[in-house]
Design a protein around this ligand. Structure first.
Ligand SMILES: NC(=O)c1ccc[n+]([C@@H]2O[C@H](COP(=O)([O-])OP(=O)(O)OC[C@H]3O[C@@H](n4cnc5c(N)ncnc54)[C@H](OP(=O)(O)O)[C@@H]3O)[C@@H](O)[C@H]2O)c1
Length: 338
């Protein structure tokens, strides 16, 4: 049984913790917080995770709140085979020094730069690159979404180039101080956005250029993807390939799943933990091959699509499973992923 520490227990960290706890070959040995809020309390009192503090000077605040702590993050990582770093982007570099000192492997999230680890991860496209490595980075939610579908399409269509416009959620549902509330914001306002280069870190050599904007929604991102292809393929062959690929689902507007709101309702129907939708839904009606171009639209549940990727990254780093599809299948089964 491998031991996993989760540094940072926010949107991503709390989901990674539950996903680790659902596996039979790894266990959570601790999670960390810097503030004694409701998440800290539920981590300890409802989930039973040992709680460590990211800022040792705040110990008294946790004591005053009556929340039991097991020690500092430095204590937590001593016991771990691997740390999943889910702190906000940019804290990574200082944490890396700490992980190196403790001799513990680490997995970062998409808010950090690829250069921090020199290695990025997606379970379908480049699992082997991180096998046995000391550090890797699970690419962002948007990059994960693009990579899952593009790496499914490439083997049959032979992608020449990709152009994508990404409509991004303004904030996560709990972030009350972020926006926009009433605007469409080119974000970043320059072209290309960072997402295209990020896909190249896990799909070597792909020609992909992206543009992105923020809109006033918290539910999901939405992608509009145009792919120039070399092979002569039928629309139905693309649909079949996407249907066969786990962690991708082909959904139909005609069946009532015509929006991100309905997709989130679907996740509730599936009875998912936190109503999460780990799969990338692709709208069947949007998939269309016209000459040498393929068009499709998909959505991304930003809070959850990267969670199973983190579990597979743990298996790759710790050399627990050499076959990526076996790791994917094991993770999927434990988390009820389609
Ligand atoms: N949210 C998304 O949609 C999403 C999707 C994919 C990837 N990501 C990436 O995942 C990473 C985490 O994002 P998130 O959305 O989960 O952030 P978040 O909700 O803000 O959570 C960050 C967590 O890190 C803790 N933390 C803050 N400073 C810390 C420190 N110095 N040491 C230890 N812990 C510290 C916070 O604790 P306190 O709350 O106690 O301060 C909080 O638990 C980022 O790289 C982000 O880009 C996010």
């Amino acid at each position: 049984m491998k031991t996993v520490a989760i540094n940072g227990y926010g949107t991503i960290g709390k989901r990674v913790a539950d996903a680790v706890a659902a596996q039979d070959d790894m266990k959570v040995i601790g999670v960390s917080k810097t503030r004694p809020n409701y998440e800290a309390r539920t981590a300890v009192e409802e989930k039973g995770y040992p709680l460590y503090i990211g800022i040792p000077e705040r110990e008294q605040l946790f004591k005053d709140a009556g929340i039991e702590i097991a020690g500092t993050v430095e204590d937590m990582i001593q016991e771990a085979d691997v740390v999943v770093d889910c702190t906000p982007g940019s804290i990574g570099p200082q944490n890396l020094e700490m992980y190196k000192k403790a001799g513990v492997k680490a997995i970062y999230q998409g808010g950090e730069d690829h250069e921090l680890t020199g290695l990025s991860f997606n379970a379908i496209s480049n699992y082997d690159d991180s096998y046995g490595a000391d550090y890797t980075r699970v690419v962002s939610c948007n990059t994960t979404g693009l990579t899952r579908t593009l790496s499914t399409i490439d083997p049959i269509a032979d992608i020449k180039k990709v152009r994508a416009v990404m409509v991004r959620r303004g904030s996560d549902p709990s972030e009350v101080k972020k926006g926009p509330i009433n605007a469409i914001v080119p974000n970043p306002p320059k072209v290309p956005s960072h997402h295209g280069p990020d896909v190249k870190t896990v799909m070597k050599g792909i020609d992909v250029t992206t543009m992105a904007l923020l809109v006033p929604t918290t539910l999901m991102h939405q992608h509009n993807i145009m792919v120039e292809i070399n092979n002569d393929v039928e629309t139905e062959e693309i649909v079949e390939a996407l249907e066969k690929r786990s962690r991708v689902i082909v959904v139909s507007a005609e069946e009532g799943l015509g929006s991100t709101a309905e997709l989130m309702e679907y996740a509730k129907e599936l009875g998912r933990n936190r109503n999460d939708l780990y799969e990338i839904p692709v709208w069947r009606e949007s998939i269309n091959v016209v000459g040498n171009e393929l068009f499709y639209m998909q959505a991304v549940h930003q809070e959850s699509d990267v969670i199973p990727e983190n579990i597979d990254a743990i298996r790759a780093l710790l050399e627990m499973e050499s076959d990526n599809e076996k790791s994917i299948a094991k993770t999927n089964k434990a988390m009820g992923i389609l």
